[in-house]
Design a protein around this ligand. Structure first.
Ligand SMILES: Nc1nc2c(c(=O)[nH]1)N[C@H]1C(S)=C(S)[C@@H](COP(=O)(O)OP(=O)(O)OC[C@H]3O[C@@H](n4cnc5c(=O)[nH]c(N)nc54)[C@H](O)[C@@H]3O)O[C@H]1N2
Ligand SMILES: Nc1nc2c(c(=O)[nH]1)N[C@H]1C(S)=C(S)[C@@H](COP(=O)(O)OP(=O)(O)OC[C@H]3O[C@@H](n4cnc5c(=O)[nH]c(N)nc54)[C@H](O)[C@@H]3O)O[C@H]1N2
Ligand code: SF4
Ligand SMILES: [Mo]
Length: 894
């Protein structure tokens, strides 16, 4: 490793991979590609495609570089004064609960700690909630009900050591790719290891599954209710463990017997065959080393907490917890959702894994902080918070590192709330997001590679994200902005932190304060950490109490839990279906989730042309039978309507979803497409215990959008005011590329106006090449200026499978257009260039047509494809998809 290479942590998913980061050779120069850190225990050198593209996504041309008040750039001190005086004012007039923070699992532990301290100890409100409410709130409550604490028992090694892995509501192949690769490698080493996927949809994760239970949406708890009962019949209860270390087994079992009386009723409720349930039940009873790995298909549900406890019940009954290769493992999504939980950064937590209800906790925290205004009860959870903002109860909200205009359910409500709010403060790295558009005050934040602090991954491992590049413009660390506001509010001493190290040390000291083993979260070893030690902190799993610097690999090995009597609790669970069943008016069930190469609301990944190749437009996956019935063809535009709102998406006709169900990715915002925000469709229904929204479920109707022309526009100049039914901006390395759809009646006149107003070219200059075919309503135009291509417009009657790569490359390379190429510009491809098809391997830009060709020529394995085309040989994220090109395997989607 060179002197300029440092170790840091990937800022995307909760796997928390270690990354080697090399500084550019000159100040302001391009950052060399990153590599995986061989010594990091989360990834041992591996990175997925998002991680390995980190260098390409750092430099952004849309950074927020200065604080802004009402659209005007101001100094930091002016911005801080505006914020502090308004907070002081509303708190004085309306009380502390008129203020709220809405934070994120993507800020650092140190940022979270000072925000939580300011609100709960000094302003005096527990209105500190976070996008983690949308992500793992149900998992937290599930753990707390069972263990008395929010403790993830397992570690990543357990995923490799288990003999049965049940993946519930997780598409880890795309969402936790490095863990998925570790699991796939373990299964290859030990072919007897079984993997079961429980997901209504057939996903890339099913590639390694021995069994896929395509259950009815929301019905997971019934599967585990049945497994609990079956454990009795199969004689696999761990009676000693139940007797010595748990309470409530009988009640839970009685409820299971009532809820899922037999195999037939269970299979019927879940919409799968009895044989399938029985295969799982037999594997469950035969396999002591079982891990149940669960994610958003479990959490994002109106009964998410019960689903978690149904899973945990099964592990407690069989003693499959606190042992190698066994346990209920909730995987977290964001890089620091866990850190947020640790500091208490949720409205129903106090601090350091203590709650308002924990006896003595308020007093303890008050004394530790020397807090003048301790909050005394739970604050508002995300959905309620935005309701209270709309009702005028919360008057100032500080949104940090999250994009609620896209990610909260019922976007129309969120808009109404933010319009009504007296002061909306948004801290972000980006100037233009759907949420920054609603801000009164914008604060420029440092982003990954600039910000400095700690994060905790899904296996409780604390790692450093290091500040390696200078902050651009006026950007500052989030913790710094919070401390400045706190000081201006008069809390100078309590927020006099000069470095993240000082904050971390205080956080560690609070975790250990009067703890003595009573609370799970104890990192007292770091209470007096100094700057050098913090700089050199190596990844470590908490608890790290004084005297145990090596941390803790696995929890509950001694069978003692953090309840008052140290016993775990069984919870009786009644499986429930989602709140909104489909009706004749709203006949379809909408499911939502992620795609492989995009991150959330695309502020970090959406501008990287490389990462858009895998999925370039928002889509709705729909079963061929439904598509047929509704007259919807592949790649045509579909209107989705729910009682909440509307979205326009491209159809992806596929057998991956069952009839009556559709799936859409969550990523596209108004920055990238005019009408494709999927949260518009989601009602604000929440789990009554966790407050987590049922984001994976809405009832909707679907219709084909007819009478439209499809096409695309590319230009080296920005394209303004595109007034068409649908547009989607697709990043390219140079210029502007839009997929569009116009109403047929409007397409000619709109196109005319685009051309006339000089929106896609300099008016008058250069020449237009033109091809039109009235019968098929095709129009193809290419604009050339100084012998160079400047714009292309293609419009067709229906979506045409034209590869735009060559046209884009002609825009990008700015080479002269030869005489032979003039014709090719209107065909879309010169005769001598290969059309790659849809890109499958993002790293090496290998497309479906190339792969099909190699398979037709005899390639029979992923390895051979890799040797011939290089696909899959870098990060490996596309390996599951590559397999579906091989002859022996049926297609994932038809
Ligand atoms: N590429 C990429 N990776 C990411 C992210 C990203 O934005 N992009 N985000 C990160 C974050 S914050 C998170 S939280 C994680 C999420 O990681 P995952 O939870 O793995 O991802 P999702 O695609 O949201 O949902 C997982 C699956 O739940 C299924 N599902 C829907 N309803 C049900 C149900 O009722 N029961 C069951 N069993 N399954 C159901 C969906 O079909 C989907 O396949 O991903 C993290 N990793
Ligand atoms: N329908 C539906 N809705 C969902 C989900 C779903 O599956 N279905 N999933 C939910 C889940 S699990 C999650 S986690 C959320 C995610 O949803 P969001 O949190 O809203 O999405 P992000 O795009 O990650 O937003 C992060 C914002 O912070 C900015 N940012 C990045 N780094 C920093 C930083 O260091 N400081 C500051 N101040 N800003 C920064 C980014 O530019 C971006 O604008 O979506 C939720 N919503
Ligand atoms: S799996 Fe990929 S996105 Fe997740 S932490 Fe590792 S490199 Fe980053
Ligand atoms: Mo998440």
């Amino acid at each position: 490793m060179t002197a300029t290479t440092s170790k840091t942590t990937c800022p995307y998913c909760g796997v928390g991979c270690g990354v080697n980061f090399t500084l550019p050779s000159q100040v302001g120069g391009a950052v060399p590609p990153v590599s995986g850190d061989n010594s990091h225990p989360a990834n041992f050198g591996r990175l997925c495609v998002k991680g390995s593209s980190l260098a390409q996504t750092i430099q952004s041309n849309d950074r927020l570089l200065s604080p802004m008040v009402e659209g005007h750039a101001v100094s930091w001190s002016e911005a801080i004064d505006t914020i502090s005086s308004k907070i002081a004012d509303v708190v004085k007039t309306h009380g502390p609960d008129a203020f709220a923070f809405y934070l994120s699992g993507q800020i650092l532990t140190e940022d979270y700690y000072v925000a939580n301290k300011l609100a709960k100890g000094f302003i005096g409100t527990a209105n500190v909630d976070t996008n983690s409410r949308l992500c793992m709130a149900s998992a937290v409550v599930g753990y707390k009900r069972a263990f008395g604490s929010d403790t993830v028992p397992c570690n990543y090694e357990d995923l490799e050591l288990c003999d049965l892995l049940i993946m519930v509501g997780s598409n880890a192949a795309w969402t936790h790719p490095v863990l998925y690769q570790r699991i796939a490698a373990a299964k290859q080493r030990r072919p007897n290891m079984k993997v079961v996927v429980v997901d209504p949809r057939k996903t890339a994760t099913c590639d390694i599954a021995d069994l896929h239970l395509a259950i009815n949406p929301g019905t997971d708890a019934a599967i585990f209710s049945f497994l609990l009962q079956h454990s009795v019949q199969a004689g696999i209860l761990d009676s000693d463990f139940i007797a010595d270390h748990t309470n409530g087994f009988k009640e839970a079992l009685n409820q299971a017997n009532e809820s899922t009386p037999n195999l037939i009723s269970t299979a019927d409720f879940c919409g799968v065959s009895e044989q399938e349930v029985m295969i799982l039940a037999n594997w469950w009873s035969d396999t002591a080393k079982t891990v149940t790995f669960y994610s958003q298909g479990v959490n994002q549900s109106s009964s998410g907490v019960d689903k978690c406890n149904a899973i945990i019940n099964c592990h407690l009954a069989t003693g499959r917890i606190g042992k190698e290769g066994a346990g209920p493992f909730s995987i977290t999504g964001q890089p620091n959702a866990m850190g947020g939980r640790e500091v208490g950064g949720l409205a129903n937590q106090l601090a350091a894994h203590m709650d308002f209800a924990t006896p003595g906790a308020q007093d303890l925290v008050q004394r530790f902080w020397q807090a003048p205004n301790m909050a005394t009860e739970n604050g508002l959870k995300a959905v309620d918070l935005f309701q209270a903002i709309e009702e005028g109860k919360v008057k100032v909200v500080w949104i940090m590192s999250t994009n609620p205009m896209v990610s909260l359910p019922d976007t129309a409500q969120v808009r109404r709330a933010l319009e009504k709010c007296e002061l909306v403060i948004v801290s972000d790295c980006k100037a233009h997001t759907d949420t920054t558009a609603m801000a009164d005050v914008l604060l420029p934040a440092t982003g990954w590679s600039e910000k400095d602090g700690t994060v905790t991954n899904s296996e409780r491992r604390i790692s450093r994200q290091r500040g390696l590049l200078p902050a651009p413009g006026e950007a500052k660390h989030d913790w710094w902005a919070i401390c400045e506001v706190a000081k201006t509010l008069g809390f100078r001493d309590a927020f006099a932190f000069r470095t993240p190290c000082e904050i971390f040390a205080e956080h560690a000291a609070l975790s250990a304060f009067e703890n003595n083993g009573k609370r799970d979260f104890d990192i007292g070893h770091f209470s007096s950490i100094n700057k050098d030690e913090y700089e050199n902190l190596v990844p470590v799993q908490w608890p790290v109490p004084k005297g145990r610097p090596e941390g803790t690999k696995r929890m509950f090995e001694d069978g003692r839990f953090f309840t008052p009597d140290s016993r775990a609790r069984f919870i009786p669970v009644t499986p429930k279906k989602p709140v909104n069943a489909p009706t004749s008016e709203w006949p379809f069930v909408l499911n939502t989730g992620r795609v492989r190469d995009q991150w959330h609301t695309m502020t970090r990944t959406g501008d990287a042309a490389l990462l858009t190749k895998h999925t370039d437009q928002p889509y709705v996956e729909i079963h061929p039978k439904d598509a047929n019935q509704l007259g919807i063809e592949d790649k045509t535009l579909v209107r989705l309507t729910s009682p909440q709102g509307e979205a326009l998406l491209k159809a992806k006709v596929s057998r991956a979803v069952s009839p009556g169900n559709v799936f859409t990715p969550i990523h596209w915002t108004q920055q990238f497409a005019n009408a494709s925000v999927v949260s518009n469709l989601i009602p604000s229904l929440v789990d009554p215990l966790s407050g987590q929204p049922e984001s994976k479920h809405a009832r909707i109707k679907l219709e084909a959008v007819t009478n439209i022309s499809y096409g695309f526009i590319m230009s080296i100049n920005p394209i303004m005011d595109l007034d068409c039914i649908y547009w989607c901006r697709i990043p390219s390395d140079i210029g502007y590329y839009y997929e569009v759809a116009w109403s047929k009646g409007e397409s000619m006149s709109s196109l005319q106006s685009l051309l006339e107003k000089g929106k896609v070219s300099q008016e008058g200059a250069g020449e237009w090449l033109e091809y039109s075919h009235l019968k098929t309503q095709q129009i193809r135009l290419a604009h050339i200026e100084g012998k160079k291509l400047t714009s292309v417009v293609y419009l067709h009657n229906k979506p045409e499978p034209i590869s735009t790569d060559w046209l884009l490359s002609k825009l990008i390379d700015r080479s002269l257009v030869s005489e032979q190429e003039r014709m090719a510009l209107l065909v879309g491809l010169p005769a001598n260039i290969e059309d790659k098809g849809d890109i499958v391997c993002s790293c090496y830009q290998v497309g479906s047509k190339q792969i099909n060709k190699a398979v037709a020529a005899g390639a029979t394995s992923v390895e051979e494809l890799g040797m011939q085309l290089k696909c899959g040989t870098n990060c490996g994220s596309c390996l599951p998809e590559l397999k579906y090109f091989l002859p022996a395997i049926t297609e994932l989607s038809a």
